[in-house]
Design a protein around this ligand. Sequence first.
Ligand code: GDP
Ligand code: MG
Length: 154
Amino acid sequence: MSERERTFVMVKPDGVKRGLIGEIVSRFEERGLKLVAGKFIEIPRDLAEEHYGEHEDKPFFEGLVDFITSGPVFAMVWEGGDATRQVRHMVGETDPAESPAGTIRGDLGLDLGRNVIHASDHEDPGSNEREIELFFDEAELIDYERPDEALLYE
Ligand code: GDP
Ligand code: MG
């Protein structure tokens, strides 16, 4: 098992409005990941533009920023062994149509532009810490023990 780390996850406005927060949180809890921060917010436009800065030259950028600021999101930080990669595997591919059943996007989404969830990218090292810092203050990240950690890790 690789090192414990923290990763940033967000239920997008489509997921929130479709009532999928609980379903999504449950999947990470049941997997054994530990919730260390969470908040229900409307993202200001400048924060959305910074968060998706890597896509600023793409044709879908304006639509993406419009959408992510169109309603509330549920932003979270999850901690666990190799958490960024594990979460991305659970999320599936960017396009729900390409995501296998059993993944969040494969089970809960249909369309590339309405894919329910954001998660930090394990292929972009440092994106997890960058995104956590963008959305949370240090004091909002809460340290505690999950009593089942002794059973989850060798
Ligand atoms: P992710 O890391 O899997 O979320 O994917 P990306 O970082 O590549 O893109 C960010 C988000 O932009 C995706 O989750 C999609 O919602 C959206 N997106 C990416 N590519 C496209 C596209 O070609 N068209 C549209 N409409 N949206 C896209
Ligand atoms: Mg991405």
